[in-house]
Design a protein around this ligand. Structure first.
Ligand SMILES: NC(=O)C1=CN([C@@H]2O[C@H](COP(=O)(O)OP(=O)(O)OC[C@H]3O[C@@H](n4cnc5c(N)ncnc54)[C@H](O)[C@@H]3O)[C@@H](O)[C@H]2O)C=CC1
Ligand SMILES: O=C(CO)COP(=O)(O)O
Ligand SMILES: [Zn+2]
Length: 353
């Protein structure tokens, strides 16, 4: 008897383009969300986007509550939940980079409230996903979170954001190649649940981005358009899979461990990109696709070396040899890399010299 079932939650309104921040009130109205919103943001996105959105709501006699977070932690989620209860809000809007959006979608899930996503940087593929990613001591959780009812991505704001945020978003998508390799491996070896559609979508998204790399240039608003669509498509792959597997494999473990060993040194997307070069090598050896990944990253100005990340060689090796412990996710790293093997892959791929 066939007993499988799936519940895929996707956004209802996706509004992308020049100046669409002016349409946030209309988009919310279209969703029939009523009452007071809570905006979850961080310091720069607050100035860039949250304040104009507050003004737009105030013009309609709605008085939004605002909470500013500095870090993606469970404490921050707790603080947002407390604010939501104290301020008697009806729905949440995440305005900012990956951290603000993650905190907002996790708090919304807990509060059982609607959530909308307003990215201010094309830096990560959590814009539409139904997952939140939070470090917790020695480990890192990928937790169920509320997917957005609407995404409002203003390409003018995204194009004005520092260029490295966009290249980080590109690298987060390019890393789908190795994430999917790890997922297939885990499916074959460990019978991990696998979705051919989600895997194909994640890979195709990376493919289209790499094919359009010529369009991705600083100061070009069209770049934000191309990258944002890819980030959304990658997030949809995660929502279809019901896990971050299509977009997160060993290269993400490597990055999560770097976040612990060298906090704040480099952007999430840049770290996973460098990780992806090395894990592609582990999957395919000399004749694998690691050079294609490295060239794709280089072509959009993303770092390809430890130096480019601003992280020393020793930390890279430590991360490679310990990151399998971060979470229970089977990847090409198996039960961990030997230090000499780690040094060899990092040297052969030019990540360290
Ligand atoms: N839930 C999911 O599926 C996913 C979650 N993530 C998570 O997202 C986080 C990484 O996201 P990021 O955006 O790289 O980090 P982030 O949220 O820390 O943003 C990076 C920096 O960019 C600044 N920023 C954002 N918009 C700006 C603008 N318009 N102008 C100037 N500065 C601006 C932020 O204030 C911050 O200082 C990680 O915690 C990662 O785990 C990443 C991918 C998927
Ligand atoms: O960053 C992500 C996908 O790009 C989310 O992955 P994690 O589940 O590893 O946090
Ligand atoms: Zn990522």
């Amino acid at each position: 008897m066939f007993e499988k079932s799936a519940w895929i939650r996707l956004p209802r309104n996706v509004v992308v383009g020049h100046g669409v921040i002016d349409q946030v009130v209309d988009v919310i109205d279209d969703l029939h969300l009523h009452g007071r919103p809570l905006f979850v943001t961080s310091p720069t996105p607050r100035k860039v986007a949250a304040e104009p959105i507050v003004a737009a709501f105030e013009a309609t006699s709605v008085d939004p509550a605002v909470v500013t977070i500095e870090k993606a932690t469970f404490d921050a989620v707790e603080r947002v939940i407390e604010t939501a209860n104290a301020e008697d809000v009806s729905y949440l809007v995440g305005i900012g980079g990956g951290k603000a959006i993650d905190i907002a979608k996790m708090a919304s899930y807990h509060l059982e409230m609607g959530f909308c996503s307003v990215p201010t940087a094309a830096s990560h593929d959590g814009i539409v996903s139904n997952r939140g990613s939070v470090p917790d001591g020695d480990t890192r959780h990928s937790v169920a979170a509320e997917p957005p009812l609407a995404v409002i991505a203003d390409t003018e704001i995204l194009a004005d954001a520092p260029w490295e945020l966009t290249t980080a978003g590109c690298a987060d998508i390019i890393s789908n190649y190795t994430a999917v390799m790890d997922w297939r491996l885990a499916h074959r070896l460990k019978n991990v649940e696998y979705s051919e559609y989600a895997a194909a979508l994640a890979e195709m998204t990376a493919e289209i981005l790499v094919d359009n790399a010529d369009l991705i240039r600083p100061g070009l608003e069209e770049s934000s358009w191309v990258v944002t669509k890819a980030l959304m498509s990658s997030g949809v792959a995660m929502s279809i899979a019901g896990s971050s597997r299509p977009a997160s494999g060993a290269e993400h473990l490597f990055s999560h461990q770097l976040d612990r060993l060298a906090p704040g040194a480099a952007l999430h997307g840049h770290q996973v990109g460098v990780g992806s070069i090395m894990t592609a090598y582990l999957h395919g050896g000399e004749r694998g696709i690691w050079q294609d990944i490295r060239n794709a990253l280089a072509s959009i100005d993303a770092p390809t070396t430890a130096d480019g990340l601003g992280i020393d060689d020793k930390t890279v090796i430590e991360s490679l040899t310990t990151c399998h412990e971060i979470r229970d996710r089977y990847t090409i790293l198996g039960d961990g890399m030997d230090e000499r093997a780690a040094r060899e892959v990092a040297t052969k791929t030019g990540v360290i010299s």
